[in-house]
Design a binder for this molecule. Structure first.
Ligand code: PMP
Length: 327
């Protein structure tokens, strides 16, 4: 099986499919020094019974990527549909038949000293087999970080800007060194923002709650998907409102959401049990629904998925490559 270190991994770089060892950037590359890149993360889930790999909302991810690139004025000269087609080809060329992670990266590529930007942009797409990001089945122990979430007027947290992930790396590192599985960051108002690499949801007094996108959080696609599943399948519209730190200690359920983590239950926060300390019923229900939706088991969510191999593609799914951007 291929891994990130496998020299035979094929990546999309410089407009071509090339072996990973040929995809190299120079030491003076602007983005390497100043963090002037924008990345994306897309999941593909393997379904053994159908012998199919399903990309999860690739066009929505590529639409977000292009919008985020606009913040840094990085141009990606292809449409979400064209980028989706490259991704399918990449997964096929690498013969990936397991859960996978796709990492598009667009960046300022000029090789010179000086922080001001120019119009030299490049992008690459890498796809790797990828299992669970956090070992979350039995629930995570999260710790509130001493680092604050970055402010929109400093570096917008709503976009996956490379340099912004120093904030996540500092918080994640601190959390793990302190014995937690993951960090929870507060924003400068003292409200709960999100995890280092994931959004957060809380069940409290019968409501399902998540911070609004104006609280310095990434505008997560999993967050959106979970909100849709909660509303349509559980009849629980998610309330978007600020969350205080102390509510984390008083709520019934807590979970993270993200492309890499999926839906990850949090059963302890800052050494205090969440609810009764076990994974809660709403979290479990959403996890089940998300699993089924992402593996093509739920007909009403097939429009989220792009099948990579199309082995058993019937008339209904044959049009998948032409799927519409839904967000
Ligand atoms: N917040 C942060 C800081 C993230 O890096 C991610 C991962 N992209 C998320 C939230 C979750 O976003 P998504 O569901 O789109 O992966």
């Amino acid at each position: 099986m291929k891994s990130e270190a496998d020299p035979e991994l094929i990546v999309y770089f410089g407009g071509q499919y090339v072996p990973q060892h040929e995809a190299r950037v120079g030491i003076l590359t602007h983005a390497l020094h100043y963090g002037t890149g924008v990345f994306e993360g897309i999941r593909a889930h393997w379904d053994e019974a159908q012998q199919e790999l399903f990309l999860m909302r690739p066009l929505d991810h590529y639409a977000r990527w292009k919008k985020n690139c606009g913040i840094l004025r990085i141009r990606v000269p292809l449409s979400p549909q064209e980028l989706g087609a490259i991704t399918v080809e990449l997964l096929r060329r690498n013969h990936i038949r397991s859960n996978a992670y796709v990492r598009p990266l667009a960046y300022k590529c000029a090789e010179r000293v000086g922080v001001s930007t120019d119009d030299k942009d490049a992008f690459a797409i890498v796809a790797v087999p990828f299992g669970d990001y956090l070992a979350s089945d039995r629930g995570l122990h999260a710790g509130v970080s001493s680092w604050r979430r970055i402010e929109d007027n400093a570096i917008p947290a709503r976009a996956k800007i490379c340099g912004a992930y120093v904030n996540s790396a500092l918080a994640g590192d601190e959390a793990r060194e302190s014995g937690f599985d993951e960090a929870i960051l507060l924003n400068e108002s003292g409200h709960v923002a999100e995890g280092a690499t994931c959004n957060i949801f809380m069940a409290r007094k019968g409501e399902l709650i998540t911070p609004p996108v104006t609280e310095n959080v990434l505008e997560g696609i999993t967050r959106e998907s979970v909100m849709e599943l909660a509303r349509r399948e559980l009849g629980r519209p998610v309330v978007e409102r600020p969350i205080d730190r102390s509510e984390l200690y008083m709520c019934e359920e807590l979970f993270f959401t993200g492309t890499a983590v999926g839906i990850a239950p949090i059963v302890r926060v800052d050494h205090r049990p969440v609810g009764n300390g076990a994974v809660g019923a709403v979290t479990n229900a959403l996890r089940g629904l998300y699993f089924d939706a992402t593996r093509g088991h739920l007909k009403s969510y097939r429009n989220w998925l792009l099948p990579v191999y199309g082995v058993k593609r019937d008339a209904e799914h044959a049009t998948a490559p032409l799927m519409e951007v839904t967000a």
